[in-house]
Design a protein around this ligand. Structure first.
Ligand code: E4P
Length: 287
């Protein structure tokens, strides 16, 4: 059962429908699931083929991804399932949009993941105008989240997610939880058309802090959802604190959300590295 006071939607971060089923059984509810190329590559069937050196063709890998999200979608038909486009540094907005259109047709409850780059934002702007739903991934700064808001202005509630990555910021010594808090605060003065999806969550503490900060959604690996379930699905106490240890704090910045998205400085090295890593994990499956 879903805790009555729980305001944040709970997503599973996984490319394996068997985990969707287990998470549903364990929690008694699940609001959605996020996938990405790395998570699909970690799916047991994909891993088995990889270990045997039995590579997929380009068509086979897309068919496999389609099957994975179709299976997930059937398990959580009222939830959201994020599907990520394949992109490298040179992929154009038109190419991303073409993939997004195709993937949107795979299941009725898709959110299409585009990277938070100029090409990704252009694809997202066109996608929401065409009635598609998007999840802007690899977000590492408040300026990128501001650009997502501006690029998708006019979209309906629930049509746009932004995914700030907590764990990967922690990996470079910055307190990723601050980014969640800053984006939630910045959007507080907006019209609510972008939902904050706390991503790259690795610990129960980060999961709990996402609830405490009022993230609209948190996505977490099965192990973190299991730890939460085992603890009795607690909600954060009022005034609960988060120990950022020696991580550098990320200060809040003032942005004008009504300015054109092209005017925000959206470059971040982790966005570029993330695109490379997702691309490499995907390509490793293809022969
Ligand atoms: C989800 O949408 C993200 O792709 C995922 O949370 C990234 O997690 P990672 O940083 O642990 O790879």
């Amino acid at each position: 059962m879903r805790p009555a006071e729980l305001r944040t939607k709970i997503f599973l971060d996984s490319g394996d429908p068997a985990e969707t089923r287990d998470a549903l059984d364990m929690l008694g509810f699940l609001d959605g699931q996020t996938t990405n190329p790395t998570l699909v590559a970690r799916n047991p069937y994909a891993r088995q083929r990889f270990e045997k050196g039995d590579k997929f063709t380009e068509k086979e890998i897309y068919d496999f991804y389609k099957q994975v999200v179709t299976d997930i979608s059937r398990l959580i038909p009222d939830g959201s399932v994020s599907i990520e486009v394949h992109a490298d540094a040179a992929t154009t907005a038109a190419r991303m949009l073409a993939q997004g259109r195709e993937m949107s047709g795979w299941i009725p409850n898709a959110h299409i993941k585009y990277p938070t780059t100029a090409a990704g934002l252009e694809a997202a702007a066109k996608s929401v105008k065409a009635g598609m739903r998007v999840n802007m991934t690899l977000c590492f700064t408040q300026a990128q989240a501001a650009a997502v808001y501006a690029a998708t202005a006019g979209a309906g509630k629930g049509a746009v997610f932004v995914s700030p990555f907590v764990g990967r910021l922690d990996d470079i010594g910055q307190n990723g939880m601050d980014l969640i808090g800053n984006v939630v605060r910045m959007y507080g003065s907006g019209d609510g058309h972008v939902e904050v999806l706390a991503a790259s969550i690795r610990t129960l503490e980060q999961f709990m802090q996402s609830l405490a900060l009022g993230a609209d959604i948190v996505t977490a690996p099965f192990s973190v959802l299991e730890a939460w379930a085992k603890a009795g699905k607690p909600l954060p106490d009022k005034g609960s604190s988060y120990d950022a240890g020696s991580l550098q704090r990320i200060p809040y910045e003032e942005f004008d959300l009504s300015q054109p998205w092209q005017q925000f400085d959206i470059v971040h090295e982790l966005t570029d590295k993330g695109i490379e890593r997702f691309g490499a994990d995907w390509q490793a499956l293809i022969g």
